[in-house]
Design a protein around this ligand. Structure first.
Ligand SMILES: Nc1ncnc2c1ncn2[C@@H]1O[C@H](COP(=O)(O)OP(=O)(O)O)[C@@H](O)[C@H]1O
Ligand SMILES: [Mg+2]
Length: 243
């Protein structure tokens, strides 16, 4: 039976990097449904990036199943299809942007999806305008500031009109002005998204529920007691349980 509301479903996913005996994902389960806006806050090294790369087929799980829109993904062809529906905003914008100018970078996705050059440029221009960054259109991408690059990277993902967005620490290194802009953009989207963040205030401003991750598994919001106060111990800045 296909569940029409299911966007992404990970069942019992385990993964360790080749040559490492650390189980980064350990029988992990995660469900993202239509309309979900979920945040994930967990310490460095918890496996958050690995989790997103697994959904995109960039890390191959040792066991478990990945379903996107109800369909089990088995091979590279399945993942290729998924990459046009699931947009990943990389932790490092330089991993996302590789063309000489902003317009080319944002047009690259639509071109790859089969749009003509004129159509792709038109989509790119509209997307830049929508994010209020059309002034950068002819800028040289690698000369932009970190914040500008992040917005261009987001434009390059949104230009592909994904049905779900995965964002890997989108506010890292951003000043408050760009952060506010990002909050505004995310809140104006009408697609599901899953956003990894270190910042509780940001995650709280753009999501409806916040999960955490521990020992290779997701802890849902009914399993964590989220609170925000000063701590002296290691997990102080993240949602955690006091046992
Ligand atoms: N390419 C890699 N090869 C081996 N180990 C890796 C690799 N990438 C990440 N790791 C390890 O996997 C664990 C999870 O990393 P990562 O998914 O980047 O965590 P997070 O995004 O939560 O900081 C860490 O222990 C990290 O050192
Ligand atoms: Mg990471």
């Amino acid at each position: 039976m296909i569940d029409n509301d299911s966007v992404i479903k990970l069942e019992d996913i385990s993964f360790s990097y080749t040559g490492s005996d650390i189980q980064v994902l350990d029988h992990l389960n995660l469900e993202i449904n239509k309309g979900d806006r979920i945040g994930l806050i967990a310490p460095n090294g918890s496996g958050k990036t690995t989790l997103l790369h697994t959904i995109m087929g960039l890390c191959k799980p040792d066991s478990g199943t990945i379903k996107v829109f109800g369909k089990i993904l088995n091979n590279e062809k399945d993942f290729l299809q998924v990459r046009s529906k699931v947009g990943l905003l990389f932790q490092d914008s330089d991993d996302q942007l590789f063309c000489p100018t902003v317009l080319e970078d944002v047009a690259f996705g639509p071109l790859n999806l089969g749009f003509s050059r004129t159509e792709a440029i038109d989509i790119a221009e509209k997307t830049l305008k929508r994010l209020g960054i059309q002034l950068f259109e002819h800028s040289v991408t690698h000369k932009l500031s970190g914040g500008q690059k992040r917005l261009v990277a987001l434009a390059s993902v949104l230009a592909m009109e994904p049905e779900v967005l995965l964002l890997d620490e989108p506010t890292a290194g951003l000043d408050n002005k760009v952060k506010k802009k990002l909050i505004h953009i995310l809140n104006s989207l009408d697609i599901s998204y899953f956003v990894i963040s270190h910042e509780f205030d940001f995650a709280n401003a753009v999501t409806d529920k916040i999960y955490s991750m521990e020992n290779g598994r997701i802890l849902r919001d009914d399993e964590i007691h989220i609170h925000h106060h000063e701590h002296v111990h290691q997990h102080g800045k993240h949602p955690h349980i006091h046992k």
